[in-house]
Design a protein around this ligand. Structure first.
Ligand SMILES: Cc1cc2nc3c(=O)[nH]c(=O)nc-3n(C[C@H](O)[C@H](O)[C@H](O)COP(=O)(O)OP(=O)(O)OC[C@H]3O[C@@H](n4cnc5c(N)ncnc54)[C@H](O)[C@@H]3O)c2cc1C
Length: 479
């Protein structure tokens, strides 16, 4: 069976996906989901593609071909193999779909690598992790994650939110596993995925041990509900080139007395073990590496649109326009340079794997949540009211006003229809609901930027900088 038809079949698992007040009977035909399902199926099918399939996959010890996000980087060249696979996949959606690229598949790989290294005294952890990794890898499953408790009141602990089962907690244990109730926020792409990693993203105090859970849940598990946000998808490919294909959706995951089998439970009511596992650098490193490959791809897309906009109305010769276009280019070059530096200066981890250097990756991640909103702002500044002059639909070109539109909307270097297509693409990136969500995503997907930037400050090795200045001052200053 091809990867694409296998994927489409996997969606028919009775999953509880809720949107617009109804349970979705079939994602493959539902107007909110069918466009993106096609995109995911097309991307997954790249593994069968004679041209790129080899670069995307590796042969496992069980003899199947699996995506390189599952490749354990035992040799230094494996970093480049993983990177190339991320690039091919992310290019299939111009960097707009974050969960397809392999970030959370990489977390599974990282957790597998860590299994014995992080917790040698917990054999059940290592055994379950190994079985899970092998299963997900060999079936090429798609993975997302949900890490946060409902927002409600951030000054309170999970146990202080009123109902003890607001955040996810065990209701009872059975021979088969744990029965869970509560909600986790938010799992991007969940309706299209096979698996969700559920795990808090920050340390849990000992007094809150009942919330210290880490487990993997199959999306189709009975009692698991995915409550989707408002859809940004469109069925009109001509007018909405991105929303019709790439609305990856975000969902709250609700556990309504859902049974999670023991073999999927990695940490149960154990804050120490949880943090031991989560704070290991491998998991974050492998997944951030994918994020940065995707970031380059996304910035390249935005820069190309910006250049086309400038060409289309003949504004390229203005100095401030060149300044803005140059800014889009240096954004690309800065993130690309950090990616290259990280890949060319790999670090051998004691667990026996090679990792791209973490410092430039973290820097790129933190820069990106400032770069992307600015990149979108530049597109807005370049097109000004142009996007609002575009007719509501390309169909107007086929109506009675068509010949007039050809005249009024033509560009400096292109036909009216070509220019309006470009403006519609620009609107998708800068003014549509999908575009606004992309900006929010780039700001927050990697955590609250206020705190991730502060962490970079705290973890930065400042001493060598300070020593130099202190020595100079001690020697009499800078005279
Ligand atoms: C589009 C999108 C997709 C996402 N996809 C996923 C996903 O797939 N999986 C997943 O697990 N998560 C996902 N996230 C969640 C993301 O990880 C969080 O948005 C991020 O970590 C911030 O947490 P929060 O949204 O709960 O905001 P909060 O932590 O509630 O913060 C809200 C505001 O309060 C401030 N604040 C709150 N607490 C503190 C504090 N202690 N100190 C200082 N300031 C504070 C913050 O700075 C911020 O301004 C996604 C987010 C977005 C926007």
């Amino acid at each position: 069976m091809s990867e694409a038809s296998n994927y489409l079949q996997r969606l028919q698992d009775g999953r509880n996906v809720w949107v617009n007040g109804e349970r979705v009977a079939d994602l493959t035909t539902h107007p909110v989901f069918s466009g993106t399902v096609k995109t995911v199926a097309r991307t997954v099918a790249l593994q069968d593609d004679p041209e790129v399939g080899g670069e995307l996959t590796f042969e496992t010890d069980t003899g199947v071909r699996s995506h390189n996000a599952f490749l354990v980087p035992e040799r230094v060249e494996d970093i480049a193999r993983r990177s190339r696979a991320f690039e091919i996949w992310t290019d299939a959606s111009f960097g707009t779909m974050s969960r397809l690229g392999g970030s959370y598949r990489s977390q599974v790989t990282g957790l597998y690598i860590n299994r014995a290294f992080a917790v040698p005294d917990q054999p059940h952890y290592a055994e379950r992790m190994e079985r899970y990794y092998r299963d997900v890898r060999d079936r090429n499953l798609l993975v997302t994650s949900a890490g946060h408790d409902p927002q409600i009141d951030r000054t309170k602990l999970a146990s202080q939110l009123g109902d003890l089962y607001t955040a996810v907690r065990i209701v009872r244990e059975t021979e088969e596993g744990i029965v869970l109730r509560g909600a986790k926020m938010i799992a991007t792409g969940a309706p299209y995925m096979d698996e969700i990693i559920v795990s808090p993203l920050k340390p849990i105090p000992a007094s809150e041990k009942d919330y210290a859970l880490m487990f993997f849940v199959a999306v189709g598990t009975p009692g698991v509900h995915l409550l989707c946000r408002e859809s940004f998808a469109s069925e009109n490919e001509e007018d909405h080139p991105l929303s019709s294909r790439y609305d990856e959706m975000d969902a709250v995951v609700i556990f309504d007395d859902a049974l999670i089998p023991w073999e999927r439970v990695l940490v149960k009511n154990d804050p120490d073990l949880l943090w031991k596992v989560r704070s290991q650098s491998i998991v974050g490193n492998l997944s951030v590496h994918e994020n940065i490959v995707r970031s380059v791809n996304r910035l390249e897309f935005v820069a190309a649109v910006g250049n086309e906009l400038a060409d289309s109305i003949g504004i390229k010769k203005f100095a401030h326009v060149q300044d803005k276009l140059a800014e889009l280019f240096y954004q690309i070059e800065a993130i690309k340079a950090l990616l290259l530096v990280s890949e060319r200066n790999p670090v051998r981890h004691p667990a026996g794997v090679w990792l791209a250097n973490g410092k430039p990756l973290t820097t790129a991640k933190n820069l990106m949540n400032r770069f992307y909103p600015r990149a979108v702002e530049i597109l807005q500044l370049l097109s000004a009211s142009g996007v609002l002059q575009a007719p509501s639909t390309m169909a107007d070109f086929r109506g009675p006003l068509g010949p007039r539109l050809e005249e009024y909307f033509r560009g400096a270097d292109r036909s009216a229809q070509e220019r309006i297509q470009l403006l519609k693409l620009n609107w998708e990136l800068t003014g549509s609901k999908l575009g606004a969500r992309h900006v929010l995503y780039e700001r927050y997907y990697g955590g609250d930027p206020e705190r991730t930037h502060a962490r970079q400050y705290e973890e930065y090795d400042k001493q060598p900088l300070l020593d130099k200045v202190k020595a100079r001052l001690a020697a009499g200053g800078f005279r």
